[in-house]
Design a protein around this ligand. Sequence first.
Ligand SMILES: Cc1cc2nc3c(=O)[nH]c(=O)nc-3n(C[C@H](O)[C@H](O)[C@H](O)COP(=O)(O)OP(=O)(O)OC[C@H]3O[C@@H](n4cnc5c(N)ncnc54)[C@H](O)[C@@H]3O)c2cc1C
Length: 457
Amino acid sequence: MSKLLIIGAGPAGIFTALELIKKKAKYDITIIEQGHAVEKRFCPKVKTHECTHCKPYCNITSGFSGAGAFSDGKLSLKCEVGGDLPQLIGENTAQELIDYTDTIYLEFGADKHIEGATETDEIREIRKSATIAGLKLVDCPIRHLGTEKAHQLYYDIEQYLIAHGVTLLTDKNCSDIIIKDNVCVGAIVDGKEITADIVVVATGRKGADWLDEMCRQHGIGREAGVVDIGVRVEVRNEVMEKVNKALYESKLIGWPQPFGNKVRTFCQNPGGFVAQENYDNNLAVVNGHSYKELKSNNTNLAILCSHHFTYPFDDPIAYAQKVGEVTNMLGDGHILVQRLGDIKVGKRTWQEELSRSNIKPTLTDAIAGDITAAIPYRTMTCILNFIEMMDKVVPGFASNETLLYAPELKFYSNRIKMDKNLKTTVKNLYCLGDASGWTRGLMMASAMGVYMARQLT
Ligand SMILES: Cc1cc2nc3c(=O)[nH]c(=O)nc-3n(C[C@H](O)[C@H](O)[C@H](O)COP(=O)(O)OP(=O)(O)OC[C@H]3O[C@@H](n4cnc5c(N)ncnc54)[C@H](O)[C@@H]3O)c2cc1C
């Protein structure tokens, strides 16, 4: 029986193992995960209302089910959304994989309801406003698991894998990959060598810079990808009501002047909460999620601006990290928040001024300040101009009390070179999911895991 070592128990790694079991493939599977088992994952902030900077790893981003367990669990059901896997394996295959992977989520108890599945007059109206504003509306049906339901679903998957013979080693860190004569033969886990016939690296966004380092150290083929830097915007539900009802999530893309960078909305959470996630290098990054039952009065969404570097600089992850570090420095290690009206008149926001608005920040330990002092001019200008375009689709979006949290950064910019069978430049080494740079969402990372399993059978 061949030994398969999967590093990272996020959706990509989990669905590789799940599909191999379903296909009754003869593999001795071990999954290494630096975070806790899903039943032991708990974000203390629910009680403390303040980030306690969990050590050694943030419970939001680490542990069985990866960034998925505490995530909003919005499964994007169209292959246009969630990453570039279709470019690698073809659109039809990617869509077939997503449809199939969705049936596995349903098998494990996902809600049968799909948001935004049918074209309505309201959606047509929103598309018309978007067209007038110069924005593209991407239709994408969504299955919403909800943070609390996602936790149970992934617990059931975890138990299923264990019951079917998978060795799940949680709280174990992989520090290195062993490559001899361009063949991967194992990995170093908690200082010990584990040999394997095949190694699958699926370490997610938080493991993207580690994988980047592995590539440079071992000569694994890679290329610099796009880096997304942005803000998390929060408005009252009333402002977003029309869009929330018609679409749940509005995926809008624009190329605002004068720079023409691609700017897009991402991860919209009606009635949701702005959240903080921490990376191992103490970087505090803003995100957002929503529960199925517990609702706030606000809607939050990310606005991300893509940057592509060519020559001589090819380290976009480092660039985004520097932006994040400066923003964290100005917030004394916390997430910064600023009112749009203050940005427009060129002043910082003071803590006491936040209470003068209709909107109450849902990230209660964010520090009022000046995000424009940290975010590069080009990025900030693109975001502000995009917000004005959004205001034509969602009147009130660009109002003075709209909140902008920073930094929102997406670390999937290192892209691993691979062919359509997911073969990297190193024999027996595969890289999947967000860490590989080919996905950036739950569904596509899961689908890539399924595809991986099919390549191994
Ligand atoms: C708060 C939040 C909300 C989100 N909401 C959504 C959403 O609603 N919809 C959506 O589509 N996407 C969402 N996402 C993104 C989504 O969670 C990711 O795209 C997806 O989880 C990627 O899957 P993955 O398997 O590639 O990596 P991950 O889920 O990141 O899993 C990687 C795993 O590898 C482990 N790991 C990393 N390095 C090592 C190492 N050296 N040794 C051992 N283990 C390691 C990590 O601890 C982690 O558990 C959200 C993300 C966050 C943080």
